[in-house]
Design a protein around this ligand. Structure first.
Ligand SMILES: [Zn+2]
Length: 132
């Protein structure tokens, strides 16, 4: 597997354009669709470094290599929102015969815990950009 160019330049200011591309990836996390981010980054990197990267190269870096806090937390946030929705649907149960509704306290507790985690991520300093 060839070395990932984005990993190579991570945390480095050696090349101003590449540094800006990495900043752009970080700042776009959770706000711009990954396909668009990858396309923009790929175009800038290819023209600056004379490479022939494809969108998927950048996308792979974003989804599996980077530990950039905003990128990782944005991904976790999306997962948590999905989990919250699923758990919420399970928290009210209906009796098949009587049709009476009851609250599944375990599911409700899990739901509230998930909401707490979501709220905590939004409150983090690095995630403030998502609040605008
Ligand atoms: Zn990488």
């Amino acid at each position: 597997m060839p070395e990932c160019v984005l990993c190579k330049y991570s945390g480095s200011k050696e090349n101003e354009t590449v540094y800006e591309v990495l900043q752009y990836i970080s700042e776009s996390a959770g706000r711009v669709h990954i396909r668009e981010v990858s396309k923009q980054a790929r175009e800038a990197l290819n023209s600056e470094l004379g490479l022939s990267l494809v969108d998927e190269d950048v996308e792979e870096h974003i989804t599996t290599h980077t530990l950039d806090q905003r990128v990782v937390l944005s991904s976790i946030l999306k997962d948590l929102v999905g989990i919250a929705r699923t758990v919420k649907d399970c928290s009210v149960v209906q009796d098949a015969e009587s049709g009476a509704q009851a609250v599944d306290t375990k599911a409700l507790t899990a739901y509230l815990k998930t909401i707490d985690q979501i709220t905590a991520i939004y409150k983090m300093e690095s995630m403030r950009s998502l609040n605008k």
